[in-house]
Design a protein around this ligand. Structure first.
Ligand code: ASP
Length: 355
């Protein structure tokens, strides 16, 4: 009897240890981007360089904190994107670029690799955190995607914070729009209501000018792996500066700008959205991993450096797999990016000659 009892106890202990091992089998990892484009040392300068690195690190740490406390990759993705959306340096939420009519029309999406649930919003103008609205669409509605005023009003009913145009407005982005429209001979829209009057000669200069080159991007994206082995992806953007009102890019398109499946990988993209939609970039990378058994970096490079370049498209991706592989791939001079794995040191990069 006694021996039997001992065997039982030992078995129970082994099961408990196995369960614990299962829980801690995965080291968490988070990968962040703040857009790819013509980002060069001379243009950014030491001040801009330092400001972006600091912001990327702060956003990454917000997600890392959640993962380190045993939180989900989905929560980490949302929390990190919220920090980036509030940061005027990035083209998402506050600091989003303007459409040709002088409005901030924002797009976002989020996807849970464990369940394949997804949520997306496009052309929203009032919700402070478009990524949280995308998540609300995923969790609180029967839909995957909502657009425009209907999406904002759903967000407001869900208790998500609404903000006036002046919250999203930044003088540097406005000046960047004016510069682009002037150069292209297009009409300059009136300044949005409720924003400070146009400054005189002392116009703030953007640390990174979206309008300086049509191939400039500043979208934000996050992919993460949690200790349970689940991956998730999210993307948030103001889109392309000077876009026609109503234009929607790849960021809120599941399979193009964002995708996550525990079966393959999670991806967030940035670049000229039209190419990413046509190639279904995010899903394409995951398919190469899943069906061709490619390593993540090779799959990402295949799509960015071959398929995208064949179409003369530009931009990049961040990606992660449930077994902890991570990848950056971009064909532009730079991509704002950061990566951190449990127990490791954060790496932040901007230019294409950095690791
Ligand atoms: N992909 C975004 C879009 O086309 C822009 C970007 O990444 O900056 O809307």
């Amino acid at each position: 009897m006694r021996a039997k009892g001992l065997v039982f106890t030992a078995a129970m202990m082994m099961a408990a240890l196995a369960a614990q091992a299962q829980q801690t089998a995965h080291k968490w990892t988070i990968v962040v981007h703040g857009g790819a484009g013509v980002i060069q040392r001379v243009a950014l300068g030491p001040e801009g360089d330092a400001a972006y690195r600091k912001s990327l690190e702060a956003a990454t740490m917000a997600g890392a904190k959640i993962l380190d406390a045993g939180g989900s990759s989905l929560d980490a993705v949302e929390a990190t994107l919220k920090v980036l959306e509030d940061d005027p340096l990035f083209n998402a939420g506050r600091g989003a670029v303007f459409s040709a009519e002088g409005k901030n029309e924002m797009d976002s999406s989020i996807m849970d690799g464990a369940t394949l649930r997804a949520g997306a919003v496009a052309g929203v103008t009032k919700t402070r955190h478009p990524v949280s609205l995308a998540r609300a669409v995923m969790e609180k509605s029967p839909y995957v995607m909502m657009v425009g005023p209907g999406a904002d009003s759903f967000g407001s009913k869900q208790g998500l914070e609404q903000a006036p145009p002046s919250w999203f407005f930044t003088e540097s982005r406005w000046q960047s729009l004016v510069k682009q429209l002037t150069k292209e001979g297009r009409p300059i829209p009136p300044r949005p209501e409720g924003v400070p009057p146009a400054p005189g000669a002392t116009v703030p200069v953007a640390l990174y000018d979206e309008g300086a080159d049509p191939r400039s991007h500043g979208t934000t994206g996050v992919v993460a792996l949690d200790r349970q082995g689940n991956i998730a992806a999210g993307t948030s953007t103001g889109g392309m500066q000077g876009k026609m009102p109503g234009r929607v890019g790849d960021s809120p398109i599941i399979g193009a700008g964002t995708y996550a499946s525990n079966d393959s990988c999670a991806v967030s993209a940035t670049g000229t959205g039209e190419y990413f939609i046509r190639l279904g970039v995010a899903r394409e990378i995951c398919n190469l991993v899943k069906f061709k058994g490619m390593k993540l970096q090779a799959a990402a490079d295949e799509v960015i450096h071959h398929e995208l370049e064949t179409l003369h498209g530009d931009g990049g991706v961040i990606a992660i797999t449930p077994d902890g592989q991570t990848a950056f791939s971009f064909n532009t001079p730079g991509m704002f990016r950061a990566r951190l794995t449990e127990g490791g040191k954060i790496t932040v990069g901007i230019y294409n000659d950095e690791q």
